[in-house]
Ligand binder design. Structure first.
Ligand SMILES: [Zn+2]
Ligand SMILES: [Zn+2]
Length: 458
């Protein structure tokens, strides 16, 4: 008997955490936080684990919406054993420490979380066990009641460095959890490796971009051409371009893309500003370049000339020293560097903001990307409206699969059951409708936080 209970990340994107009970062995797939929510609301519904055995956490990748709540889980269940790829563990060592710093600054009012210390993070990261891609390992929990093992394997999900899809095999049943998966290649990352998932019984799949028409997403190549054209217009007039990016993944992909365009001579040579943990993560991309599947093995991000963004105190500096600024957070959340820059940018006529990645609705990034020069905008709910003087351009450089690719995955894996997670309702509606109309024999579930799904015998 297999029981699947989502604690978070079933109905939207954030706080991914899925409980699986396989013959008495309790496994959590991911343990994330919600980027838009604060305090206890940002965590998965851990209270649902009260009477359940929890033996293992398997982390698909190091984005905060998949790993951010791990320190809180470990505070309450210290004996839990955590597995990830080696690269995810290395990245976690940077991002979890960074998250602790942010949390210490952002605690306000009720609903507070007990903060964790850097020593706790050190202990947690040191105790994380790792496995290579395509190398099977076995799990057995305290209350395992079957003579048959639970076998696990990581497969390359193509999303960011270290990202894995997770194969779980027990008693003839093969489950595949996609984590965040990208079937297409980006500038650095190669598309997901599907070689191990040809025959799957149950597919737990993300649906991030299922509601988005693929013509809107374009391809990396066509988006890079459009990006170059728009960027040159701004740079030729001496303007600067702010690109909000996730420190992990999008920073490295955009940095590599921009540099390649400049080398080719199509994009005007200009200063590139980076900083913060994005730089530390870039070093991990460099260090792992021969160890993981990559499109450009020889590219070293540290060889790309960059100016430290955190050396700039007065943003008027960018008027005299224009350039392209890669700053986190990707959704321009209040209090982050990209948000502070945006407050300055919005007043500058010759400057522009370029959106390049996923933005959750209601975030400042979403608000600016759904506006244009001349509009009045409230950057957050509680701020006075402001006029946008700068240019605003929206690009899509997806690190998630397009909607057709998600359907391709259902087809390729010949799965009998699909559980949709990690998507807004509109995404799951589109995906569900198309799965049901194309694959008549597939049993479909739209996962809901707190609602258990069971299958299998005994
Ligand atoms: Zn991700
Ligand atoms: Zn995610």
């Amino acid at each position: 008997m297999i029981k699947f209970l989502p604690l978070g990340g079933a109905d939207d994107i954030g706080a991914s955490c899925f409980y699986l009970n396989i013959s008495g062995t309790g496994i959590l797939l991911d343990c994330g936080t919600h980027p838009r929510k604060k305090g206890i609301d940002s965590l998965p519904k851990f209270e649902l684990l009260k009477d359940l055995p929890v033996d293992f956490v398997i982390v698909s990748h190091s984005h905060q919406d998949h790993i951010g709540s791990l320190p809180f889980l470990v505070q309450n269940i210290p004996h839990v054993i955590v597995y990830s790829t080696i690269q995810t563990k290395e990245i976690a060592d940077i991002t979890l420490h960074n998250a602790a710093n942010i949390l210490a600054h952002n605690q306000d009012g009720e609903n507070q979380l007990r903060n964790y210390t850097h020593e706790e993070i050190d202990l947690l990261v040191r105790s994380m066990r790792t496995a290579d891609y395509n190398k099977e390992f076995v799990l057995e929990g305290m209350r395992h009641n079957s003579g048959l093992p639970v076998r696990i394997m990581f497969t390359d999900a193509g999303h960011i460095l270290g990202a894995a899809g997770i194969i779980i095999e027990h008693n003839g049943e093969k489950i595949f959890y996609t984590g965040d998966i990208n079937l297409s290649s980006q500038t650095i990352m190669t598309g997901a490796d599907l070689s191990r998932i040809k025959k799957i019984d149950t597919l737990i799949m993300e649906s991030t971009y299922a509601a988005t028409e693929s013509s809107k997403l374009g391809s990396w190549q066509s988006e890079l051409e459009r990006f170059t054209k728009q960027a040159n217009l701004i740079l030729h007039k001496g303007g600067s371009i702010l690109i909000p990016v996730f420190a992990l993944g999008k920073t490295q992909e955009m940095l590599a893309s921009i540099y390649a365009l400049m080398k080719k001579g199509s994009l005007t040579e200009t200063n590139i500003y980076t900083g913060g943990i994005g730089k530390d993560i870039s070093a991990l991309y460099d260090r792992n370049r021969y160890l993981v599947r990559r499109k450009s093995i020889n590219l070293e991000l540290k060889e790309i000339p960059q100016i430290n963004l955190f050396d700039v105190d007065d943003y008027n500096f960018f008027k005299k020293n224009p350039g392209i600024i890669l700053a986190s957070s990707g959704m321009m959340l209040e209090g982050t560097t990209s948000f502070r820059l945006l407050e300055y940018w919005i007043k500058q006529e010759s400057f522009a903001v370029f959106g390049v990645g996923y933005m959750d609705y209601e975030t400042p990034g979403y608000r600016i990307m759904n506006s244009k020069r001349g509009d009045e905008i409230r950057l957050t709910e509680f701020r006075a409206p402001q006029k946008i003087n700068c240019g605003v351009e929206r690009f899509f450089f997806p690190s998630h699969s397009k909607r057709e690719e998600l359907l391709e995955l259902v087809d390729y894996t010949s799965t009998k059951r699909v559980i949709m997670v990690h998507g807004e309702q509109s995404s799951k509606d589109w995906l569900g409708f198309n799965i049901l109309s194309r694959f008549k024999d597939v049993k479909l579930h739209s996962a809901e936080n707190g609602t258990e799904i069971r299958w299998g015998n005994n």
